[in-house]
Design a protein around this ligand. Sequence first.
Ligand code: ADP
Length: 247
Amino acid sequence: MSGHTDMVLVNDDGIRIDGRKCDEKRPIKIEAGVLKNADGSCYLEIGKNKVLCAVYGPRECRPKHMQDPTKAVIQVRYNMQAYSVSDRKRPGTDRRSVEISKLISEALSSVVMTELYPRASIDVYIEILQANAGTRCAGLSAASVALADAGIPMRDLVPAIACGKADGHVVLDLNKEEDNYGQADVPLAIIPSTDEIVLLQMDGNMTREELDRGLDMAFGAAHELNEIQRDALKRRYTEKASKEASE
Ligand code: ADP
């Protein structure tokens, strides 16, 4: 978010470097139930981002001092693989991954019916296989599908997508160049049935009017993303049902 580059992020025709219009999100692909040994799982691509999410639980929370007698705790591990970025990333946990894990856990806690499972833990592993900006949104979008795939009761799914500003234009779903050299990045996650916001961050600067326009775009895109999440789960259930019927 330096805001300084000679690179043209949005050209005179309003087209971005990856060929998108300002209000266009990247292509999205979601598949539920991709891992045999996890309770729930999801593979998600948005543009060049590739994310795998696995869910275990609800199961007994360990260590015991982490237990909550009133509800399940959602333990999230967001992890960027060393090969996910152009320069090899130092493997392991860092401040950024701890912060992202925490905010994804908080967003998921708004929809998962944790009160049904006192003292339990729901473990969510998010692996960023390839990163191109927007991985916290991609990870969160994948995690809610994986939780639903695990059969964990939820009020709704959580679609997440960013808006922001690049070359003075309000844009949807920033790519890496826009994230690096644009003027603002605003990741958003919502509960589609109520339009409640469960994650909203802002890095950079925008006018209030620009932010309003950006959020309008991001809400619209989050609802579309929600349909893609639901389709992935429907496909998964149909596959499961036809497999069981043939057994
Ligand atoms: P998000 O991926 O949610 O947009 P950031 O804004 O922190 O999160 O990061 C933007 C992008 O910068 C990432 O998607 C990734 O492409 C890149 N990036 C983040 N951390 C690193 C790192 N340690 N090394 C190299 N690239 C990174």
